[in-house]
Every structure is written in C-alpha cells, then in structure tokens.
Design a protein around this ligand. Structure first.
Ligand SMILES: Nc1ncnc2c1ncn2[C@@H]1O[C@H](COP(=O)(O)OP(=O)(O)OP(=O)(O)O)[C@@H](O)[C@H]1O
Ligand SMILES: [Mg+2]
Length: 334
C-alpha cells in the first residue's frame, strides 16, 4: 500500500472558512527513497459532480526546452478538467524549480485570502533528492514514481504530469506512461530545434532532433509492453496575434515535422501578459471571471484568454471537451 507523507499546507487548513465547506487539497512531497502509502484525499472541484476512478488518461506535459509553457498549460488543463467535473491529480517532476507546485500553493493561499473556493487537484511533488547519483538511486526513484502514479490512477480520472525542461530520468519514464503527450512550443525556430533542424535559406526541415528521438523511444517502450499508442500533440504557445513571416515559416516546418514524427499540431495560446499575471495568485483563465476571484475587475483580456483556453482544451480532448463548454457557460451565468 502506498502512503504519501504530507508535509506542507496542512496547517493552513484551519485558516479556511469552514462555512465554505472546503475539502483541503493536499500537496504531497515524495522522496524517492521513501516507501509511501497512498490515502486518497480526492480532488476538490467546488459545486461539481465529480467523476472518479478509474483513470481514463495520463497526460504528460513535456519538452526538453525550458520555458516553453509546460507548467502554464498543465495548470490550465488541470483546472479546466476539474471545472468539467473530472477528478484530477497532478505530479510535479521538476524537483528544483517546482513552478507547478508553487502555482498550486499560490492558488490555495489566494483561495483562503479571498474566501473563495477554487478547485485544486490532488498534487504530488517529487523532492529534490529525486535527482539520482547512482543507479540504485535511480531504480528507487523509478519505483517510487511508478507506485505514486499507480496510486493516483486508482482514484482519479486524469493524472497530469508536469516535467522539467531538461532530460531527467523520471521525465523519460513519465513519457512511457503518457496516453497523451502534450509538448508546448514557443513559436520560434529556437524552440523548434528540439524537434527538428531547418535549412537556413529555405526554412525547410532537414532533419529530426533529439527530443523527437526521446518520444520515439517512449513509443517503442509502450509498444513492447503492449500499451496503446501514445497520442502526441505539439501545442504552439505564445503565438503572435499578428501574421509574421516567422509565424508562417514555423507553422510550415511544424506541419512537415508532424508528418515525419506523427504528432498533431494545434494552435495553443497567444502571447498574453495575463498568463504571466495569474501565477502569484495561482489563477487560471478558466476560473470565474469576477472581482472576488480575480482580485481585480475582469477585462476583455480575461474573457479572450478564457475563450482561447476553452478552445484549446476542446482541441486537446476532442468531443469530451463539449462538456467543458457547458460547464463554463453554467458558471458564467450563475
Ligand atoms: N501564452 C503565454 N503568454 C504569455 N506568457 C506566457 C504564456 N505561456 C507561458 N508564459 C510565460 O512564460 C514563462 C514560462 O512559462 P512556464 O513556466 O509555463 O514554462 P515551462 O515550460 O514550464 O518552463 P520550465 O521549463 O522552466 O519549467 C512564464 O513566465 C509564463 O508565465
Ligand atoms: Mg515548468
């Protein structure tokens, strides 16, 4: 049996207004060496019917390029799914930076400060000692990751894994568990370079690159284990709202790479200051757009960003996302 040591945030539970009936979401820190037992706290979508186990999808958000929007996309996807009534667990595999964990932490703190319930996932963060120094350490880290994931899958419909922007053994392992792999990519040839190289004159793709090789290895591992094919989605992030030569050329190179590497390319998020402003409060564009939630008056940027994330989730999840649209409309009308 798995048990997670809960070391943070629990004390703040008492600070929450009881009348709101919060179930306190737990952030759990896991170290590779620890044998752990999992007690499911359940996720906490507020005022939602929660669909629970079994897990329908492990979604890994990954790219070997740092700063491409992995944590931003992961947190938006998690909150969007929770608002659609799904139970969601999240894992932060970036032990050094922990942006995703801080995002959730900020969200819980803001929720308490505002007296406003905000859905938050069951969250697990791998501690810094998940970095391996010996092969024994790595074996222990792998075992802990696999147990943790299995425990979360028993009790949540979706498990979303945020990964660091570099090649780490836990990240490579996570790829082999991905039913869906989402790779956010800033709209630039610098970012595209992890997938493929282009000709300097024509911008035509000349070769595939190292991250593409890592995904191919994960696919091969899944095949050898008899697991279903991994669906790979490359998501263009921080898109310029203006049509530029760069945007067009990157788009053409991605279309070519999509054929060669078998991924689906979708237009993700535009470059919007608002996505950067959300972090200190742990908010997302799919939260309620009111002053109590935002701490400021909603603007057209909020509305546009929300619509954009809705269509992003629809593009990511297909027909299942229609329910998301309904849930947003309901909450907005309320
Ligand atoms: N669509 C967007 N518009 C504007 N800023 C964005 C957008 N997406 C992400 N950002 C900003 O870009 C920076 C990097 O985003 P994020 O932390 O999500 O990337 P990451 O891939 O998780 O990075 P790392 O590899 O360091 O973990 C952050 O400052 C974030 O707020
Ligand atoms: Mg990150």
């Amino acid at each position: 049996m798995l048990e997670f040591r809960i070391i943070s945030l629990k004390s703040r539970q008492n600070l929450y207004p009881k009348k709101l009936g919060f179930k306190w979401p737990r952030i759990t820190h896991v170290s590779k060496a620890r044998e752990v037992r999992f007690k499911t706290p359940g996720s906490t979508p507020m005022n939602q019917t929660i669909s629970s186990a079994p897990c329908v999808s492990v979604i890994v958000v990954a790219n070997e390029k740092g700063g491409s929007g992995k944590s931003t996309v992961a947190v938006h996807l998690a909150v969007a799914l929770m608002r659609a009534g799904e139970s969601v667990a999240t894992i932060d595999l970036d032990p050094r930076q922990r942006s995703f964990t801080h995002y959730v932490d900020n969200r819980l703190t803001w929720s308490r400060q505002r007296g406003k319930s905000l859905p938050a996932p069951t969250h697990v963060c791998f501690d810094e000692d998940a970095d391996f120094t010996t092969s024994e350490d790595e074996a222990a880290g792998r075992a802990t990751f696999e147990k943790t994931l299995a425990g979360l899958c028993e009790n949540h419909r979706y498990v979303i894994i945020d990964t660091p922007g570099h090649n780490h053994y836990l990240s490579r392992l996570a790829h082999t568990y991905a039913d869906t792999l989402i790779t956010p990519l800033n709209d630039s040839f610098v970012d595209l370079d992890v997938l493929g190289h282009v000709d300097a004159e024509t911008f035509a793709v000349t070769d595939v690159s190292h991250y593409a090789g890592l995904v191919e290895e994960a696919r091969a591992t899944r095949r050898s284990l008899g697991k279903p094919e991994l669906e790979w989605i490359v998501l263009r992030n921080r898109l310029s709202t203006l049509n530029s030569r760069n945007k067009r050329a990157v788009g053409e190179a991605l279309a070519d790479l999509a054929q060669r590497l078998d991924f689906r390319c979708i237009e993700g998020l535009a470059e919007r200051v608002i996505f950067r402003e959300f972090y200190p409060r742990g908010l997302t564009a799919v939260d309620d757009l009111d002053e109590l939630t935002l701490g400021t008056r909603p603007t057209m940027s909020h509305v546009t960003a929300q619509l954009e994330v809705q269509s992003l989730v629809a593009a990511l999840l297909g027909p299942a996302a229609y329910r998301l649209g309904a849930s947003f409309l309901e909450s907005d009308a309320a």
